[in-house]
Design a protein. Structure first.
Lengths: 112, 114
């Protein structure tokens, strides 16, 4: 079952523009992760934000977390064609195990 | 070495065949995972191994049989699959079996069941 829901489902922008993707989740979390997947291949971890953090940066990536609204956003600044991929948020499961539950994902297309 | 490798990259099998998917990591990670991903859908967890022991089975049909021979290897044995089992099968590993750890994914095996 999906924990996170993302919007938009698809996003098309020009190189140099910023891209914002949103993720909502249903239950309380300890942390939230974002992953990127290029064209049906393996996922790459982008960033992890803990429940006591509100914002985190990594290069051109900025992630925010609002636990009161159960939502997170991923901002990619100055996008490049190489950023074309699907982006997933993922939250941990219960029971002390790293049981990631992924959102539906946003398919980002960056046009040169 | 921060790589998770998976073999084969592609696999076509009939419904009566028996085949195996293989995953390997040399990062010293103690948790390993199998995910199934259908087209345009997110990955769905199938199995979690922690310290070479099966810790989570997400109600996966018995035609999928995981095996963890040692801390670096993870196999998924396939038998009597159905066409709806066609999907991308992803292996991942993490330092420990806690949600605080990022997961490292392999490139996947694209499975087609005919």
């Amino acid at each position: 079952s999906q924990q996170g829901e993302e919007d938009p489902q698809a996003l098309s922008i020009q190189e140099g523009e910023n891209a914002t993707m949103n993720c909502s989740y249903k239950t309380s979390i300890n942390n939230l992760q974002w992953y990127r997947q290029n064209s049906g291949r393996g996922l790459v971890h982008l960033i992890l934000i803990r429940s006591n953090e509100r914002e985190k940066h990594s290069g051109r990536l900025r992630v925010t977390l609002d636990t009161s609204k159960k939502s997170s956003s991923l901002l990619i600044t100055a996008s490049r064609a190489a950023d074309t991929a699907s982006y997933f948020c993922a939250t941990g499961g219960s029971g002390g195990y790293n049981k990631l539950i992924f959102g539906a994902g946003t398919r980002l297309a960056v046009h040169p | 070495d921060t790589e998770v490798t998976q073999t084969p990259k592609h696999l076509v099998m009939g419904m009566t065949n028996k085949k195996s998917l293989k995953c390997e990591q040399h990062m010293g990670h103690r948790a390993m995972y199998w995910y199934k991903q259908k087209a345009k859908k997110p990955p769905e967890l199938m199995f979690v191994y922690s310290y070479e022991k099966l810790s989570i089975n997400e109600s996966v049909p018995s035609r999928f049989s995981p095996e963890c021979p040692n801390s670096s290897l993870l196999n998924l044995h396939l038998h009597a699959l159905q066409p709806e089992d066609s999907a991308l099968y992803l292996c991942a590993s993490s330092h420990g079996a806690s949600e605080s750890y990022e997961q490292y994914f392999g490139p996947g095996t694209r499975l087609t069941v005919t």
